[in-house]
Design a protein around this ligand. Structure first.
Ligand code: B12
Ligand code: SF4
Length: 316
């Protein structure tokens, strides 16, 4: 029987690692065991990929991000030399699908592998592998459960679970909202609980959340929400942060940028009430009051700002 080998590449192998790379165990869960048996999992920080482990007809799946694409291409080359079929997926090929093909891979997979991986294996076994596949954004309720039974728990400090994919924000430096989308996709609760329990039973006492944005109900998202009902729900979801001055400062800033000064003022006021010592809050408040024509209040805030800055400089 041809086998599947899943490789998480790394430059250095030290024999142990801190966090389990989740994709390895999710893709293992998506592997059609009736056709290829259990996949062999190689996490290179723990064990270096040995080309002797693969031969003609075997299928090697390599997952790469930009930071580990070079060792990834080493695995591609070594596995190809042994006659294996090599398929590359992960964030890097999702953005640059042509590159792994140019580096010798037989196929590349954009997006999530949960739903498409078993079809790709069938295509490879049937000799009709395509060059490019697109697994898209996997809906939360269809996310595949990780195969923790294939993990050696003695090699890691933490297992990893995922509660949500996607992020409603759009930070200019980040790829997540581009690849994973801005609508959060929530993983099924029951599956999460099962995975956490399995990891606990294996001896893990720490779990790492491989989430894009742990709390998608961000202040920015709420400020942009036009539907009053949805907005209320989102506000409820973050009400736990209500005593956090930076949360009010952040929302005030979003309103300020949107020129919604009437909405910005109470947020900066709340931030100033919770932390009266932050000069930035008083500065923003003075500007917002100016815009609202409240010149006395604006002057007061400017005075407080100046005193706080002076005190900070004196303390240095
Ligand atoms: C969790 C996480 C971490 C954890 C990783 C812990 C671990 N051991 O796994 C920590 C905090 C340690 C971390 C560190 C870093 N991270 Co990080 N991380 C993430 C995050 C938020 C989630 C990744 C995850 O596990 N998702 C859940 C799994 C199930 O999804 P997945 O990995 O995407 O895999 C799916 C698909 O991609 C596909 N797939 C993946 N591989 C393969 C292979 C095959 C063959 C196939 C068919 C499909 C396939 O199928 C999988 C299942 O659907 C991503 C954000 C993101 N959305 O990618 C950033 C992200 C991957 N990280 C990023 C970066 C930059 C880093 C660091 C370089 C940061 C730094 N400067 O140190 C380091 C690199 C560490 C290292 N040496 O690898 C960037 C990578 C950008 C890029 N162009 O490559 C991302 C995209 C965040 C971002 N936008 O900035 N990260
Ligand atoms: S994942 Fe973080 S950095 Fe990326 S868009 Fe969302 S909030 Fe910004």
């Amino acid at each position: 029987m041809n086998k599947v080998v899943l490789v998480n590449p790394a430059n250095t192998t030290v024999g142990y690692s801190v966090i389990t790379p989740r994709w390895l165990f999710v893709l293992a869960g998506a592997t059609p065991t009736e056709l290829v048996g259990d996949p062999l999992i190689i996490d290179e920080p723990v064990t270096r990929f040995n080309p002797d482990d693969v031969g003609p007809g075997d299928i090697v799946g390599v997952g790469i991000h930009t930071g580990n694409c070079r060792p990834g291409y080493r695995v591609v080359t070594e596995a190809k030399k042994r006659g294996a079929t090599v398929i590359v997926g992960g964030i890097h090929p999702t953005i640059f699908p042509d590159e792994p093909l140019a580096m010798g891979a037989d196929a590349v997979v954009k997006g999530g592998g949960d739903l498409i991986w078993s079809n790709i294996i069938k295509d490879a076994l049937d000799g009709r592998l395509q060059r490019v596949y697109d697994g898209g954004r996997v809906p939360g309720e269809q996310m595949v459960k990780a195969r923790w039974d294939l993990l050696d728990p003695s090699k890691y400090l933490m297992g990893s679970i995922q509660t949500v994919a996607g992020c409603p924000e759009n930070c200019s430096f980040c790829s997540v909202w581009v690849t994973e989308g801005r609508t959060p996709r929530l993983h099924r609760n029951q599956q999460l609980i099962e995975e956490a329990n399995e990891l606990h039973a294996m001896g893990f006492r720490y779990v790492f959340f491989a989430d894009d944005n742990f709390n998608p109900s961000t202040r920015g998202r709420i400020a942009r929400e036009t539907n009053a009902g949805t907005r209320k729900l989102l506000e409820k979801a973050i009400s736990i942060n209500d005593r956090e001055p930076s949360a009010h400062f952040e929302l005030g800033t979003v309103f300020d940028r949107a020129r919604r000064y009437v909405d910005a003022a109470p947020e900066f006021e709340k931030a100033a009430e919770l932390d009266p010592t932050d000069p930035a809050t008083h500065y923003r408040l003075s500007r917002v009051y100016d815009r609202l024509g409240k010149s006395d209040a604006a002057r007061r805030e400017r005075e407080i700002h100046a005193k706080l800055v002076e005190a900070q400089q004196a303390a240095k």
